[in-house]
Design a protein around this ligand. Structure first.
Ligand SMILES: Nc1ncnc2c1ncn2[C@@H]1O[C@H](COP(=O)(O)OP(=O)(O)OP(=O)(O)O)[C@@H](O)[C@H]1O
Length: 260
């Protein structure tokens, strides 16, 4: 995927000013930067929730800058949100099933006309959910639990499961570890690595936990005030003077945050 010269404005605020970078297939690409730097805006532009007034986004050679959000999802680009956006009164399994809607063939009309086909599709979907996603994310024991009753770390895991049910080729994750304790964070990092390595899913990850970014990312893009100030491997970025100055504030802060 390639973002080229993305400009996004809200009233008088330039949220993104000419941001360009590439996400290599099969990589875990992190986006970091201070609060308000424009990280979430990038994901929203890719999903087409936000519409840049200039710039283009290419995915597998196709310009996806003007297509619908649903079409983006059907191309295999799925995202999770900064705050949990699950149906809290529904079970884990039902929440995950909602992720499949982009793959259900036929609308409500054909669903009625081809009941047998729709049923077989549903069975195939269920098998896939049970055998792959639930297994990978180790949520077998809670599949019938109501989401709202679960601890936060599990809810975040269910959110990831629902995004995986869209069978993404690119997964956009907005702070998947936010609010987690150390153990939950380590689990989530392992799941993201598994999804990336075993399923070959490309991951674009916004994350404030620098330890996680350093550990699991292949490449890092650094934003500040809506512009890209650095890009490279975690090691390169952590030594970049612009990043130390602009993002981390001071060399001492960089030392403590990046564990240098
Ligand atoms: N829908 C919107 N309407 C108006 N301003 C917005 C909107 N969405 C984002 N912004 C503004 O755009 C800027 C970038 O926001 P964005 O959410 O991308 O930052 P961020 O880097 O993800 O920050 P954080 O780490 O705090 O989540 C901010 O100044 C924000 O207030």
């Amino acid at each position: 995927m390639a973002l080229e010269d993305i400009h996004l404005r809200f009233g008088g605020l330039n949220a993104l000013s000419g941001v360009s970078f590439k996400v290599a297939k099969g990589h875990i690409q992190a986006i970091i930067g201070p609060n308000g730097a424009g990280k979430t805006c990038i994901l929203n532009c890719i999903c087409r929730f936000y519409h840049p007034y200039r710039g283009r986004i290419f995915y597998e050679g196709q310009d996806i800058s003007k297509i619908s959000t649903h079409k983006v999802a059907s191309l295999g680009i799925a995202r999770s949100f900064q705050n949990i956006e699950l149906f809290k009164g529904m079970t884990v399994l039902d929440n995950i099933k909602l992720g499949h809607h982009v793959h259900m063939h036929g609308g409500f009309l054909s669903g009625g006309l081809y009941l047998g086909k729709a049923k077989r599709e549903e069975m195939r979907v269920r098998t896939e959910i049970e055998e792959k996603i639930i297994d990978l994310l180790e949520i077998e024991a809670i599949r019938k639990k109501v989401v709202g009753t679960l601890p936060y770390g599990f809810q975040k895991r269910v959110e990831l499961a629902r995004a995986l049910a869209m069978r993404p080729r690119i997964l956009l994750l907005d702070e998947p570890m936010a609010g987690m304790n150390l153990e939950e964070t380590e689990d989530m990092a392992r799941f993201i690595l598994d999804v990336n390595e075993e399923w070959g899913v490309t991951v674009v990850l916004i994350e404030h936990d620098m330890g996680v970014v350093m550990d699991i990312s292949d490449r890092v893009v650094v934003l500040d005030f809506g512009t890209k100030i650095a890009e490279g491997t975690p090691e390169q970025v952590s030594k970049d003077p612009h990043v130390i100055q602009a993002y981390l504030g001071s060399e001492e802060a960089a030392h403590s945050k990046l564990g240098l």
